[in-house]
Design a protein around this ligand. Structure first.
Ligand code: GLN
Length: 291
């Protein structure tokens, strides 16, 4: 897209971007147009049209470039460089999975459990991505010792930067690890948002996800439950007695995973909870004493 076509007036530029995004199939086109324009103008979204003035050449060039990328369904958080999570912001880069509202729900469940954990409890976040869950827990209680893993060193670097900016980097240890591979110790709480999309379903996801987000963070094998099963199978070796396992799961996977988990070990508590949209989303287990 050419900067020459971009109107100089912010109000018209907003409409110009909104129209293009809408034609490209972006659902919240006007809201996103406002966020992109605010980013380019360096102001709050609400101020975009409240201000007088004109967009200069460089601003129009950047706006045309960002709008063009978004029309190719490049995810908005990658364009802006950040995404909101609970009450904080996380930097996010291409190649790193973008945290979703569903994972905020998982973080809330974990943060609710945090006060019940012993002093200095050990917490593990498997497949941390941007560090969202690990950081939420480190912020919830400053005595927790958090380990965050990912198979991607690139993601861990992003997670470390987020932790550093939010003041919790010293309380989180980052490790490259495939699930529990580099994690010999036991934990009081293990959280994970693993890949759980059935392999065949990936092309049906919106292009933002299917084309631009890292496959390894999505692909849960044939039925979508492969990685979840490995985590559930290994978890008892990495949990303290009465330790908690909290996993994000896909809708329709609850029954299979509950059955599988029951066959692995004796749980004091084991249940599936729904997300805010009323879809099965969280598997919650509390490990019983070994007999
Ligand atoms: N809910 C995610 C999506 O469809 C998938 C997340 C995952 O596999 N962990 O975008």
């Amino acid at each position: 897209m050419q900067q020459g076509n971009v109107p100089e007036s912010p109000a018209q530029a907003l409409r110009w971007v909104g129209d293009r995004l809408s034609r490209a199939g972006v659902t919240s086109s006007l809201r996103e147009a406002r966020l992109i324009l605010a980013h380019v103008m360096g102001c709050e979204p609400a101020e975009v049209t409240a201000r007088d003035g004109r967009l200069d050449f460089e601003q129009r060039r950047l706006l045309a470039e960002l709008a063009g990328m978004r029309c190719k369904r490049y995810p908005l958080p990658y364009l802006l460089g950040y995404v909101g999570f609970l009450d904080f912001l996380l930097c996010v880069r291409p190649g790193v999975f973008i945290p979703r509202p569903e994972t905020e729900g998982l973080a809330e469940l974990a943060v609710e459990l945090a006060p019940t954990l012993p002093q200095g409890a050990r917490v593990l976040d498997i497949g941390t991505g941007t560090g969202a869950l690990a950081i939420a827990l480190a912020r919830a209680r400053d005595d927790l010792r958090v380990v965050a893993t990912d198979t991607s060193a690139w993601a861990l670097r992003c997670a470390w930067e987020n932790a550093w900016r939010l003041g919790v980097a010293e309380r989180i240890q980052f490790r490259v690890s495939d699930l529990f591979e580099a994690v010999p110790e036991r934990f009081h709480l293990v959280v994970a948002n693993p890949p759980y999309v059935p392999h065949q379903k990936i092309p049906e996801l919106p292009p933002e996800v299917a084309v631009w987000e890292p496959r390894a963070a999505l692909d849960g094998g044939e039925k979508g439950t492969e990685v979840l099963r490995s985590i559930i199978a290994e978890a008892p070796k990495h949990l303290e007695t009465r330790g908690w396992l909290l996993c994000e799961i896909g809708h329709g996977q609850g029954e299979e995973l509950l059955r599988f988990a029951k066959g692995v070990v004796n749980w004091l508590e084991l249940r599936v909870e729904e997300d805010l949209a009323g879809r099965e989303r969280y598997l919650i287990g509390c490990l019983g004493p070994m007999t």
